[in-house]
Structures are given as structure tokens and as C-alpha cells.
Design a protein around this ligand. Sequence first.
Ligand code: PLP
Length: 364
Amino acid sequence: MIMTNRLDRGFYKYQKEFEDKAIEVLRSGWYVLGKEVEAFEDEFASYIGSKYCAGVASGLDALYLAFRALDIKEGDEVIVQANTYIASVMGVTMNGATPVFVEPDEYFGLDASKIEAAITKRTKAVLAVHLFGQACRMDEISDICKKHGLKLVEDCAQSHGAKFDGKTTGTFSDIACFSFYPSKNLGAFGDGGAVTTDSEDYLSRIKMLRNYGSAKRYYNEEVGVNSRLDELQAGLLRVRLSHMDELTDEKRAIAKRYLEEILNPLIILPGIRDKADHVWHQFVIRSPKRDKLISYLNDKGIGTIIHYPVPPHMQKAYEYLGHKKGDFPIAEKQAEEVLSIPMYNGMTGSEQTEVIEALNRFKD
Ligand SMILES: *Cc1c(COP(=O)(O)O)cnc(C)c1O
């Protein structure tokens, strides 16, 4: 059986380093928001190329706190792509604001050419999601935000280290949001997240909000939340971050083989955007025969997963927004055709050959 992801392989790659760090943290006597978190925040900010980083409890919390720090609230609108993972949208609605969906482009990113038509008097921000590890058209998106005086937030939960025009994703926006959920390119061994920003004001507001709205212990300036990164996760993330270039290169090599060797007219390979350095969080193919392909691969012992079967505007959770099927036909068609095939650090050459051969033998 070849599964879509093998988190154990990612652990065994650096087993000794992870275990040594875990023991060090366990023996330290300090477990939440301490020196490992501070060191990780510094190292991650410098990896991204931002001035500041604040560790939080998850990617969703990073999004929630980013919009909250930008004072985005009820009555405000945030433009976001219609094909994203639901957490991007929840970060907006948890603040009481309204998501305004825009179709994705052929690279699964926010379609920059469709943003302006969605701007209203209530629009306060744009949320660009670098889905599957490939940057959106950040030059055009940044220009539109500047022209209309909108805040820009990046959802980098799937794009650690991805670049557009030589600049790392997370450095184009007012605040960038990251997830360290175990399956992400930079994964922890539990939940974790972070924001990066160049603004000292946003940083201090988010650091206060993540700790009950308190900057000084037991003095609370506003009603915050508990969204702290723990020392164990931060320490283990530091180990993984120190190998990030190698991990990304490995994924790129896997993607390169797939792109060169999968040859089947029933399978549409992912496109690479001009000027984008993809980090391949997922390798997402498309097929008009997707459902048949899933069961064919399953019979051969090859796992696949759909990212994502139901776009946010058609989820029950967002029924109240009043959308219906047909409102975002491009996002809806992607949901019917996309399929993520096995892609993980530690994937062997023979596992990859098996996947490629099976895909090439698939017939209608
Ligand atoms: C994973 C993910 C999130 C949420 O991160 P969690 O850490 O799971 O809360 C948000 N946006 C995108 C695009 C994601 O892939």
C-alpha cells in the first residue's frame, strides 16, 4: 500500500535530532512560550525574510488573529479564492466579517484579474492562499491592494519557502499566516502555527491576543484567546526548519519525476506559474475521469485524496452566506476533477515508479 502521505518517514529521517530535542525540552522544566519558542520565532522570521514572527497554536488561529489585529470585523468584507481550504474562510468569519469569493486561476491561486470586480465599499482586505505550495500572482495582487487601500493577508499554510519572482511567500503582505500541522511542509508533531509580519504593532497585538490579551502578566488589555505555541513543538520545529532546504529539494525532485514521467491523456498535470518556485505541498493532478481513477488506484494499493471535494461556498457551515451551486463554476469544476497523489519526504524511488506506472496504464 502506498499512502498519500507518510509522516513516519519524515520523523525517521532525523530521528536522533528529534528525540534529543524532545528529551532536552522535557528535562528543561519549561513547556509553553519559552526559549525554544523565541528561538523558533527568530529562525522562522529569518527563513521567511520577515522582521517578526509570533508562534500560535494553529494555522486557523494565525488567520483569526491576523484579521483581528487588522481590526477586521462585522460589516467588513474580505476577498478570498473560492477553492481554498475552509480554514482560510473561517479565519475571516470568526471575526464576524464576510468572505467574498473570487474564482481561482488555472494554478489554483486567487485569480488576480477577478479581484477588482469583487471590491465594494465594505472591502477591507484580500486573502491570498498559496494553495498546494505555489504562490499566487503576488505582483498583481499587491498592486491592486495598494491601489484600493486594502490590507493584504497571505495564507501560507501550504507554502513554506515558496517564492514568487524570487521573493518568499509571506513577505508580500501585512501579515502572513502559517500552519505547522504535521502534514504541512514544515510540520510539527501536534498542532502549531505562526504569523510573520514587518509591523511591530501587529506583532505586539498578536502576541498579546494569543495570551488572553495580556502583555504584562495578570493585566489584561482586551479579551484575548489562549493560542500559544508550546516548547516541545517549537523545539521540534527548529530541528525540521534546519533541514528545510533539503526537505523542499526532495519534494521538488519527486515532482520533477512525476511531471516528466506521467504521460496519460486522461491526466492533466499541475501547471507551473511563470516566476513561481513551487514547494509541492501537494501534487495535484486533474482528471475528467477522477472518480474512476480513484477506485482504479485504490485497487492497485495506491492511496489518493481530494483537496477539496466541497468548496467553502457550498459547505453547510456557510449556507448562511446564501450561495448556490453554479456561483463559482471554476472552483466547482476543480472540486470535481482534482486529485492529490502520493507525495512526501522519504518517498522511495520504487514507490514513485509504482505510482507512475499505474497512472500511465489507466484507461477509460
Ligand atoms: C492547514 C491549513 C490551514 C489551517 O491550519 P491548521 O493548523 O490546521 O489550523 C489554513 N489554511 C490552509 C490553506 C491550510 O492548508
